[in-house]
Design a protein around this ligand. Structure first.
Ligand code: FDA
Length: 302
């Protein structure tokens, strides 16, 4: 409800990023700030996946601006010697997927430009997954991209009823699959709506990925699922580094460091840029306690 209110959006986007709840989840709006965040994660033995914030573009110019922002970011990672520490995450809707008629073509071409720049910089792209109406198109784009850039990763969401099948299809050698629960408001026809069903689906999907030939990326903060992932890795004879854990910037940071210190490969998803509103709203919606804190800090600004 909050995320759809223009009034709330106007009020919130006037808040400085540097203070309060925004900076907990988003290290900044500029490249220099995200580079600083990647550097300090690296000091703790953590790698990163950087997301230039923005989504649902229906404007070709905006899509082009997003591509240019990624190219600039990749150049900076290369120049700073951080390309081994950081890959990039990309939402296809930010580079034109939602454009009427030409969306599939434009977003594939734009994703290709970013994948090429990532390869040149010495890193790779992972395609984020958005709401269920885009899943088929995103997987089709992934197939096309992988013909030239097989290092491109994908995201699957355990709340979708289809995801076990998608895991089977993607559990092949060289395939990097990030498994998360899913963050969009989906209808019961497409997704499990009960949290326990989503968790059970997560475990079934994880078994398929851990048993397969690909590189599973276990994206969750859920302590039970983190434990189960470790047990499944052992059961399927995987050594540390043949899979990885992933968490979001600012969430369970101590656990991120603990896992890295125990020898696990851990990647932190780091968003940056001025379009942080939608991302922040999804993080707040995940935890009612955050929402209360957020509303209090909003009121104190008035
Ligand atoms: P769950 O929500 O059950 O949380 C488990 C525990 O984690 C909570 O009890 C709490 O301790 C902590 N926690 C979780 N969220 C928190 C928050 N916002 N603030 C504070 N604590 C919190 N989704 C998607 O649809 N498409 C995508 O491409 C991605 N990409 C992605 C990448 C990475 C690296 C991660 C970690 C996650 C995503 N997601 C995503 C988001 C994902 O789908 C999901 O919404 C969140 O990760 C929260 O789910 P958990 O698995 O953490 O479990």
């Amino acid at each position: 409800m909050l995320s759809r209110s223009q009034q709330v959006k106007d009020l919130v986007t006037r808040l400085p990023v540097s203070g309060g709840i925004v900076s907990r989840y988003v290290p900044g709006e500029r490249i220099s700030e995200v580079i600083g965040a990647v550097r300090s994660l690296a000091e703790d033995g953590l790698t990163a996946s950087i997301d230039f914030l923005g989504e649902d573009t229906t404007d070709e110019e905006q899509a082009e601006a997003t591509v240019l922002a990624y190219l600039e970011l990749l150049e900076a990672l290369h120049a700073e010697g951080l390309a081994r520490q950081a890959e990039v995450s990309l939402k296809l809707s930010a580079v034109g997927q939602a454009l009427p008629e030409v969306g599939a073509k434009v977003s594939l071409e734009n994703a290709r430009r970013i994948a090429r720049a990532a390869r040149f910089a010495g890193t790779a792209v992972t395609l984020d997954m958005e709401d269920h109406t885009t899943t088929d198109q995103t997987l089709e784009t992934l197939r096309e991209l992988r013909k030239d850039y097989p290092e491109t990763g994908a995201v699957l969401q355990s709340y979708l009823r289809r995801t076990e099948d998608d895991c089977r299809a993607l559990a092949y050698e060289g395939s990097r699959v990030r498994l998360c629960k899913g963050a969009y408001n989906e209808p019961g026809t497409q997704a499990f709506t009960d949290r326990h069903e989503v968790d059970k689906s997560y475990v079934r999907c994880l078994k398929i990925l851990m048993a397969g030939q690909g590189y599973p990326m276990v994206a969750t903060h859920d302590p039970r699922l983190v434990k189960i992932a470790g047990a499944l890795a052992t059961r399927f004879g995987r050594v540390q580094g043949s899979y990885e854990f992933q968490m979001l910037y600012g969430i369970r940071s101590e656990e991120q460091k603990r896992l890295a210190a125990s020898g696990e490969q851990v990647r932190v998803y780091v968003p940056y840029g001025h379009q942080w509103y939608g991302y922040l709203m999804r993080r707040l919606a995940e935890r009612p306690a955050n929402l209360t804190f957020f509303l209090r800090s909003l009121l104190s600004q008035k």
